[in-house]
Design a protein. Structure first.
Length: 188
C-alpha cells in the first residue's frame, strides 16, 4: 500500500512540475490539509476499492439500543447543535433479509439553515452536501451502523475557506461526528 501511495505522491509532483509556475500558484492556494485529505481518501480506496466507503464515517450501533431510540437520539442531539432535522425517511424494511443483506434502512437529514445559506452564497455546489444525512443501516444478522459523510474533503479539498466559513464548516463537521457517535450509544 505504501508503494501505491508513493506513486500517487510522485505523480502529483510530476504534474505540478510539468504544468509550470501558473499551476504552482494555484496549488499554493489549496488548503493546507488538501493533500492529506486526498491521500487519506486514496489510501482507503486502495485498501477497500470502494470510493463511497472512503468518503464516509461509520458508527456501530450498540446492541442494547433500539432503532427508534437511535432516531430519537439523533433528533434530540441535533437540537443541541442548533441544527434541525429536515427529513426522516424510512427507506425500507425486509423482514426475511439474509444475514449479509440490508434488512432496514432509514435516513435522517439534519441542517443548520443559517450555515447552509453562508455556504450556498459562497458556492452553489455546496448544495450537493446539504442537508447532511445520517443513514441507519441494519443487516439481517442484526448488525447496525450509522453512516454519514466525512466532510474533510468538502472543507479542506480545495482552496482555503475564508476564516469565518472554516469555523462554521468545522462546527458542522464536529456535529456530524458527535451526533451519530452519541446516537449509536443511545445518548440523549
Amino acid at each position: 500500500m505504501l508503494k501505491k501511495m508513493l506513486f500517487i505522491v510522485i505523480g502529483v509532483v510530476i504534474t505540478i512540475s510539468m504544468n509550470g509556475c501558473t499551476k504552482l500558484e494555484q496549488y499554493n492556494k489549496l488548503d493546507d490539509g488538501a493533500m492529506s485529505a486526498y491521500m487519506n481518501m486514496f489510501g482507503e480506496v486502495l485498501e477497500y476499492g470502494d470510493p463511497a466507503r472512503a468518503m464516509m464515517n461509520e458508527y456501530k450501533v450498540a446492541d442494547d439500543v433500539e432503532n427508534e431510540d437511535v432516531a430519537e437520539s439523533i433528533k434530540a442531539i441535533t437540537e443541541e447543535y442548533n441544527m434541525r432535522v429536515t427529513g426522516d425517511i424510512k427507506m425500507f424494511t425486509k423482514e426475511d433479509a439474509r444475514p449479509d443483506e440490508v434488512k432496514h434502512a432509514r435516513i435522517l437529514s439534519v441542517c443548520s439553515l443559517r450555515i447552509a445559506k453562508i455556504f450556498l452564497n459562497h458556492s452553489r455546489y455546496f448544495g450537493g452536501f446539504m442537508p447532511c444525512r445520517i443513514m441507519l443501516v441494519e443487516y439481517g444478522n442484526g448488525d447496525r451502523y450509522l453512516i454519514t459523510m466525512d466532510l474533510t474533503l468538502a472543507i479542506h479539498g480545495g482552496y482555503a475557506l475564508p476564516p469565518e466559513m472554516l469555523k462554521e464548516a468545522q462546527f458542522v463537521q464536529k456535529a456530524m461526528h458527535e451526533i451519530p457517535f452519541r446516537a449509536a450509544k443511545g445518548d440523549f
